[in-house]
Design a protein around this ligand. Structure first.
Ligand code: AP5
Ligand code: MG
Ligand code: ZN
Length: 210
């Protein structure tokens, strides 16, 4: 399975990709996670991405494309789930070129549909584990013990780009730069749209297509 999960910030790409990747035993490639890990380690890539991420803007295409190209050329990436990439037409075109060079074409692009109001509610009340990155929500995905990760016991924090102002900016950027990819993949016969406002389990079932 070579799958792209497309969807606005907060649509549930990370939540769903983590579940499906574990179930299928294939890599979950998330560009946002790659940037946050680089930032935590203080690498040049992290420093380069920091200002864009904090403003809710996109990191330049050539930076993102180079990282994804390297990751998808890896021996373990014959199958994969992409989360948060591509996000612009040039990124989608670069992905096509890379995958055709590798002889690993996409099977499907699943677009997760969630209303803007629900996206804002999900993002502003999201919490993430400072240790392992696991995702929670103050109402919909609560940890067993408040403020503490079920998986590793570390503290839950708010992502710095989950403030209301930056969330609004990210949603605007999505509508302008990423939404055109829906048509791009529809024209190629790869697109499947699924409703994203059921429970986490219901959305997983829709993505599986069963
Ligand atoms: P990235 O990390 O990719 O963020 P994003 O696209 O804004 O998406 P999110 O991670 O915020 O949302 P998600 O869809 O994963 O939702 P989640 O599952 O967490 O990118 C961050 C930044 O990095 C970008 O702004 C940009 O600067 C840079 N970047 C990354 N990729 C780039 C690229 N390709 N090009 C350029 N720049 C790039 O769920 C959200 C919340 O909802 C959680 O609290 C969760 O528990 C809850 N939830 C999930 N599912 C449900 C459900 N069914 N019901 C109720 N609650 C739910
Ligand atoms: Mg995510
Ligand atoms: Zn954790």
């Amino acid at each position: 399975m070579r799958l792209v999960l497309l969807g606005a910030p907060g649509a549930g790409k990370g939540t769903q990709a983590a579940r499906l990747a574990e179930e299928l035993g294939i890599p979950h490639v998330a560009t946002g996670d790659i940037f946050r890990a680089a930032l935590k380690e203080g690498t040049p890539l992290g420093l380069q991405a920091k200002a864009y991420m904090e403003r809710g803007e996109l990191v330049p295409d050539q930076v993102v494309v180079a990282i994804v190209r390297e990751r998808l050329a890896g021996a373990d990436a014959d199958e994969f789930i992409l989360d948060g990439f591509p996000r612009t037409l040039p990124q989608a075109e670069a992905l096509d070129a890379t995958l055709s060079q590798l002889g690993r074409p996409l099977d499907e692009v699943v677009a997760i549909q969630v209303s803007r109001r629900a996206l804002v509610e999900r993002l502003t009340a999201r919490r993430v584990c400072a240790g392992c990155g696991a995702t929670y929500h103050l109402l919909y995905a609560r940890p067993a013990e408040e403020g503490r990760c079920d998986r590793c016991g570390q503290t839950l924090v708010q992502r710095s780009d989950d403030t209301l102002e930056t969330v609004e900016r990210r949603l605007d950027v999505y509508e302008k730069d990423t939404l055109p990819l829906i048509d791009y993949y529809r024209k190629r016969g790869l697109l499947r749209e699924v409703p994203g406002e059921g429970t986490v389990e219901e959305v997983t079932t829709s993505i599986r297509g069963q």
